[in-house]
Ligand binder design. Structure first.
Ligand code: NAD
Length: 343
């Protein structure tokens, strides 16, 4: 599993034909191992599938604490080395539980990403993108996570902010934390893709080192693809989240709070049922699809099941079922790239 860490970092742009594969891609295919890619120019070389800890906050369903901890350990033991969380998930619950799990893991085994700007307390969401709150938030996150350094700090869901505040206040505060050695790198996150470009175009080159986009590179919506060249030109790394479209592309189905329209829900259900008929897990198809673009450094998936995370990794390492993929993309065509408002 770890062989890839020692392979040359240059990767192939064409994994279709064996004849065109470079050495690293050839080894990945031959041994069916996880691929590792650098997030932009950060030096963080991360597993193409990574662990999103939102589930640890109970955002999808109730969880048993022990299961959550075992899932984090299973992820790291199976080759995942990038974990994303936020104080917002479960209103600090996810960070606290992740912190318990991380106590038992060597710090050089993973890169940790968390966020500022989006919070919640006593069942009520709140947002604060001020510099003072960002600094305080980073200190609180480190305490909950039992770490003294955050590899990647992100501005969480910029669509809830005044983007000019992010540009003039939040990002400069995070850059100061980077200069103080408290955080390693700075990124931005959100649902509307247009906000990434707005911010990156208005800050000094190198301020934003990565973007975290979600639900825009999965079977029903691949709009992120149109922006990948722009990010590459600006040296910005790309993190993709929600390969299962926050539960839409699962046999269990989306949670009640899912903001997708009835049409998106209904066509997604059709795709799930079609895969069930073919006796092939839609989750496998979806995860493999999301990790297959070499311009995306990593794709974050969330689960609180050790079994699921191991299975997800195994699916990344297997070949894609191309005929089924073509059928499912066809089923989802009527809602292709349809999105929703973040909530
Ligand atoms: P996801 O697509 O990972 O879906 C999660 C759902 O899929 C859960 O219900 C989980 O139980 C289920 N699942 C996972 N593996 C499965 C399997 N093998 N079989 C069946 N079901 C399975 O969506 P997500 O949780 O929204 O995204 C993943 C991570 O990405 C989050 O935890 C978070 O870290 C990150 N994220 C960040 C932002 C942001 O920064 N704004 C937004 C969305 C997600």
């Amino acid at each position: 599993m770890q062989i890839c860490r020692f392979l040359p970092s240059k990767r192939s742009n064409d994994t279709d034909k064996l004849g065109k594969l470079d050495f690293k891609a050839y080894i990945i295919l031959l041994f069916r191992i996880m691929e590792y890619r650098e997030i932009g120019k950060t030096g963080m070389v991360v597993s193409s599938l990574s662990f999103g800890a939102s589930s640890l906050g109970g955002v999808f369903h109730e969880l048993k604490e022990k299961e959550g901890i075992l899932t984090v350990h299973a992820a790291i033991d199976s080759g995942i080395n990038f974990i994303d969380v936020s104080p917002y998930y479960g209103f600090t619950k996810a960070e606290a539980l992740l912190g318990k799990a991380l106590k038992e893991i060597r710090r050089d085994k993973y890169f940790l990403s968390t966020k500022v700007g989006r919070f919640g307390v006593s069942g009520i969401k709140n947002w604060d993108y001020s510099a003072a709150r960002a600094v305080k938030s980073v200190e609180e996150s480190m305490q909950r996570l039992n770490i003294d350094f955050i590899d990647l700090i992100n501005v969480h869901d910029m669509e809830f902010s005044d983007l000019n505040q992010v540009i003039n206040e939040t990002l400069p505060a995070l850059i100061r934390l980077k200069e103080q050695g408290k955080v390693g790198h700075v990124g931005i996150t959100g649902l509307p893709l247009v906000n990434f470009k707005y911010v990156i175009d208005r800050v000094p080159e190198g301020t934003v080192e990565s973007v975290l986009s979600f639900c825009h590179y999965c079977l029903n919506d691949d709009a992120l693809a149109d922006n990948l060249d722009y990010f590459e030109q600006h040296g910005v790394g790309v993190i993709n989240a929600s390969p299962l479209s926050m539960g839409l592309l699962t046999r269990r189905g989306a949670p009640d709070w899912h903001p997708a329209s009835k049409a998106i829900m209904s066509y997604s259900r059709k795709a799930v049922q079609y895969c069930e008929k073919k006796k092939y897990p839609i989750e496998q198809l979806a995860i493999k699809y999301s990790v297959s673009n070499p311009k995306i450094a990593t794709t974050l998936v969330s689960t609180t099941s050790p079994l699921n995370i191991r299975e997800n990794i195994r699916w990344v390492e297997a070949l894609q079922n191309e005929p089924l993929l073509a059928d499912v993309l066809e089923i989802l065509k009527p809602i292709h790239r349809q999105t929703w408002d973040n909530s």
